[in-house]
Design a protein around this ligand. Structure first.
Ligand SMILES: Cc1cc2nc3c(=O)[nH]c(=O)nc-3n(C[C@H](O)[C@H](O)[C@H](O)COP(=O)(O)OP(=O)(O)OC[C@H]3O[C@@H](n4cnc5c(N)ncnc54)[C@H](O)[C@@H]3O)c2cc1C
Length: 346
């Protein structure tokens, strides 16, 4: 946003700023990540409702003469001509032809459903119940609370907590079969502060299925997949959006000039995957390790946790060390820089 000169406008939209991550485990809170030291114009995570963010993008993009947005336009099919993707067909049957179609349509992308590109599944042992709880205190930290058999993450959304209750994959039906009470008890035990009585029925729990996978080839003539369509990210670390945005920046940097010059960009498409595969692989490897070594063990059977793992204790004790997770989450691996005549030079 800063590189496009949009940061000031962005901050005018409602948002919350988080600059620390805290984990509650074995009876006390531990500070495990910090972002405030980052040398960037916005050293924090801005939590903004999705509709605000999308409205912001639409309003800013409207300043560009070539921009056009169609709402309620579900793509149901690719148009194929002589082996090339030549556009898309919408639910109502209308066609949109294009020299390049970029599939940025998330984990259940059409490229996956139509098996247009090959997929490698890395596997995930978790799913998430997503719900809201009322909030009493004010804070600037992302909070998590872990005990044997459960993990609750609480994201501060101003006047409520957005909660993610992590469960073993495929066990949602079994866990909700006994009604809301057992889940309410588990949430109350994990996080004493919010008022769990507001969680009234299992219908308030939205089940989010977690996936971790990637396409082994992100492109074919006329088509490029980026973001979760190319590599579905687990929620661990909260970095999927960073990766998706950085894919978009890399794609623009590599393709925009050639597209503007009216050239065929088919031969350039593989460069986007070449550039973005390393960060994708590194982040997914870290997510997979955390899922298997930490979450899998935590959510499995065993005695109550009496001590926090050594890494958590170390992060809490050493402020300099806490900067590493903050850096990984805030800036990621292989940062992209907007290369555009509209980019802010500072
Ligand atoms: C439970 C959970 C929690 C997560 N929490 C975080 C987090 O805190 N922070 C973080 O950074 N990442 C998080 N992630 C990962 C993050 O959500 C994704 O990595 C990120 O949203 C990917 O962005 P994207 O633009 O590629 O896809 P998406 O955000 O999935 O966007 C795809 C868009 O395409 C549209 N679309 C889909 N199909 C079609 C179609 N056929 N026609 C037209 N439009 C279509 C959809 O409506 C949607 O708007 C989480 C993931 C999960 C599962």
């Amino acid at each position: 946003m800063n590189q496009l000169g949009l940061l000031e406008h962005f901050f005018q939209r409602p948002h919350n700023r988080l600059d620390r991550a805290e984990l509650r485990i074995a009876g006390r809170g531990w500070l495990i990540g910090a972002l405030s030291h980052l040398d960037t114009p916005a050293p924090f995570i801005a939590m903004m409702p999705q509709w605000e963010f999308l409205d912001f993008l639409r309003d800013e993009a409207a300043n560009y003469p070539g921009f056009q947005l169609e709402m309620n336009a579900e793509v149901v099919e690719f148009i194929l001509e002589e082996g090339r993707v030549a556009g898309v067909r919408l639910a109502g049957g209308a066609e949109r032809r294009a020299r390049l179609v970029i599939a940025a349509d998330g984990r259940s992308s059409l490229v996956r459903r139509e098996q247009r590109l090959p997929l490698e599944v890395l596997g995930v042992p978790i799913d998430v119940f997503w719900f809201r709880l009322p909030k009493i205190s004010v804070g600037t930290a992302l909070r998590a609370s872990a005990e044997r058999g459960r993990l609750l993450v609480m994201i501060d959304r101003g006047d409520y907590w957005q909660c993610a209750f992590v469960i073993p994959k495929g066990r949602a039906a079994e866990l909700t079969a006994g009604g809301i009470e057992p889940i309410r008890e588990a949430v109350a035990a994990a996080a004493p502060e919010p008022d769990v009585s507001e969680l009234r029925t299992v219908d308030e729990l939205k089940l989010l299925s977690v996936a971790l996978d990637r396409l082994t080839c992100w492109q074919r003539p006329g088509l490029l997949a980026i973001g979760d369509a190319a590599h579905a990210m687990s929620p661990i670390g909260g970095v999927g959006i960073n990766l998706a945005v950085q894919d978009a920046v890399a794609a623009a940097n590599l393709l925009a000039a050639a597209l503007a010059a009216g050239e065929n960009v088919d031969d350039l498409l593989s460069k986007v995957q070449e550039r973005r595969l390393l960060p994708t692989k590194l982040v997914q490897a870290a997510q997979k390790a955390a899922q298997e070594r930490i979450l899998g063990r935590l959510l499995g059977p065993g005695p109550p946790l009496e001590q926090a793992p050594w890494l958590i204790r170390l992060l809490d004790r050493m402020p300099l060390l806490r900067r590493i997770p903050g850096r990984m989450i805030g800036l990621g691996v292989r940062r992209e820089r907007v290369q555009s005549p509209n980019a802010y030079a500072g």
